[in-house]
Design a protein around this ligand. Sequence first.
Ligand code: FEO
Length: 170
Amino acid sequence: MLKKKIEDICNRQIEREGYSSNLYLAMAIWAETNGFAGVAGWLYAQAEEEKLHMLKFIKYINERGGKAVFPAIKKPVAEYKGVEHIFNEVLKHEEFVTASINEIVSLALDEKDFNTHSFLQWFVTEQLEEEASVRAIIDKVKLVGKANMYQFDRDILSLRAPAANAPAAK
Ligand code: FEO
């Protein structure tokens, strides 16, 4: 049985993962309607992954005898200044999520909840990979510069394999 404190903080994470998914969808829409089909494809795939992260928390809470609460999710920003702005925002958001996961890890240890601690290890690794992948993309965006965005947009899908069930880029 999950302790209430752990159930509550895992429920908070459901909202954060759900917001991540919606944020990346909003960014994908911006990219798709501004001529960046490759960037949109990457973001749609990322949005699907975040939805899966949300589902992992929902299932975990319910399987441990708690009750997942489907959250109200705030509306993400719809307008962006460009591709570099988007990826800077993605990185900022992923750093926030990493801190959020670390907070749950810390509470799980304080509460001696080793099952939750073990469940979270997948997320610890995933956040490390996601941050590294976004930093690599930002480096590349800076390297190619605004004049070569067409080439960057064409190549981005090869930087990280999109989730298999993500909608294809146009
Ligand atoms: Fe599930 Fe990348 O936060």
